[in-house]
Design a protein around this ligand. Structure first.
Ligand code: GLU
Length: 420
């Protein structure tokens, strides 16, 4: 299984990042092995009747990387290319992210290989409900708490809550996070990941001495993360000059009106032909001149092919794993780029998920202001911790962030010892 996982390009990347930090930390071989490999890799089939009347069998996955520090936490992704290797890599990153933020969770991730864009709401509901029921033996508020990720949303979480609660015989709100607020979801959760990405990008700009009202930003990916990141940037007076999604890329040197663009995407389904913008080559968006570049879509978009051509001052990773280790090697040598690594940069989502879980366990609801101010405090603390650790230890920011997270997990594993 180890070899099989390492053959997957995304898992290989997560494993290489882990090895580098484990070397720096000097982890002993036993702790290193226990930290590196996932505790549970679950694969299920999901037979679903499509609207056409035909039955289709989808594959679904859940990887629970480790449970040493609490329930596993992480999103559920619906995407045509998702597979067990990618899910395992994303689960491993969730570990270090939760540990870095001091959240009492291990890392998990789930996925269903399907294309939600070609499925009706009814088909999506059936896939979600059957996946949730296949997961019943493996999940629970103290075991594994899912959340939205690419291709899923609060409606998906409402269906999972319904399946789990129906089987329990009573409402179990703590089974997932990212639920609708009327179903005891948390205020602020939908915007949290994007808000956090923008909040940290602004903090990085301040650190390198770039004034917000003169700054420009480029956002690759305009889904939940990218759109809310752009909106928060706009609220800081940072000009978002280009964005892209699967349909293409748009540009306006004077800044795009994000609120209107979000409404336009809601109405038309994409950023394409947004009035007042010119369309540009989506390939070129990553190498546009700007102060902040935010990759907010899939993994491995910044590679050895384009890393030397980046023209940003801050690289804020809204996506998980957007930069390959080969690209990292190039970026590390460039002292003109300040990197905010994914496990820190997009941690706003899981942090508010933690708040949601706590509110659910306490049967208590916090206000949006309370949520966002607690979130900003925790992100600022984590940012300073990473930047200081990097400075003291002469490490790139990514290695610093990963090392801080991995060390937490390694210490807990060592302290708990090995059973039997
Ligand atoms: N899917 C998000 C992530 O990658 C959020 C996970 C969660 O809230 O549990 O961080």
């Amino acid at each position: 299984m180890k070899e099989q996982l390492l053959q997957h390009p995304v898992f290989k990347m997560a494993a290489e990042q882990f090895d580098r930090s484990a070397d720096f930390l000097g982890l002993t071989e036993d702790v290193r092995e226990r930290c590196k490999w996932p505790k549970r890799l679950i694969t299920v089939t999901i037979p679903v009747k499509r609207d056409s009347g035909e039955t289709e069998v989808f594959f679904g996955y859940r990887v629970q990387h480790h449970l040493s520090r609490g329930p596993v936490k992480g999103g559920l992704r619906f995407h045509p290319n998702v597979d067990i290797g990618e899910v395992a890599a994303l689960a491993m990153w969730m570990n270090w992210k939760c540990a870095l933020m001091g959240l009492p969770f291990g890392g998990g991730k789930g996925g269903v290989t399907c294309d939600p864009r070609t499925m009706s709401p009814h088909e999506l509901e059936n896939v979600t409900r059957r996946f949730a029921s296949e997961m019943l033996p493996f999940i629970g508020p103290e075991v594994d708490v899912m959340a939205p990720d690419m291709g899923t949303n609060e409606q998906t979480m409402a269906w999972i809550t319904d399946v789990y609660s129906t089987h329990a015989g009573h409402l179990v709100p703590g089974i997932v996070t990212g639920k609708p607020v009327i179903l005891q979801g948390s205020e602020g959760r939908t915007a949290a990941t994007g808000h956090g990405v923008a909040f940290l990008a602004a903090r990085a700009l301040k650190r390198i001495g770039v004034k917000h009202d003169r700054a420009t930003a480029v956002v690759q990916g305009f889904g939940n993360v990218g759109s809310h990141a752009a909106r928060t940037l706009e609220s800081y007076s940072i000009n978002v000059i280009a964005v892209s999604d699967v349909s293409g890329a748009i540009h306006n040197a004077d800044g795009l009106d994000i609120e209107t663009l979000m409404q336009y995407v809601k109405d038309t389904g994409s950023v394409k032909d947004f009035p007042g913008s010119e369309s540009i080559d989506p390939e070129s968006i990553l190498t546009m001149e700007c102060d902040v570049l935010m990759p907010c879509a899939l993994e491995r978009v910044i590679t050895e092919k384009n890393a030397a051509d980046l023209k940003c001052k801050v690289l804020a990773e809204g996506a998980n794993g957007p930069t390959t280790p080969n690209a990292d090697a190039i970026i590390e040598k460039r002292d003109d780029i300040f990197l905010i690594p994914d496990i820190l940069c997009n941690a706003g989502g899981v942090t508010v998920s933690y708040f949601e879980w706590v509110q659910n366990l306490q049967r208590f609801q916090w206000s949006e202001q309370e949520v966002l101010s607690k979130l900003d405090t925790m992100l600022a603390q984590a940012f300073d911790k990473v930047v200081n650790y990097a400075k003291w230890n002469k490490l790139p920011n990514r290695v610093a962030a990963l090392s801080l997270g991995i060390k937490e997990v390694a210490d807990v594993k060592s302290q708990r010892g090995l059973y039997p």
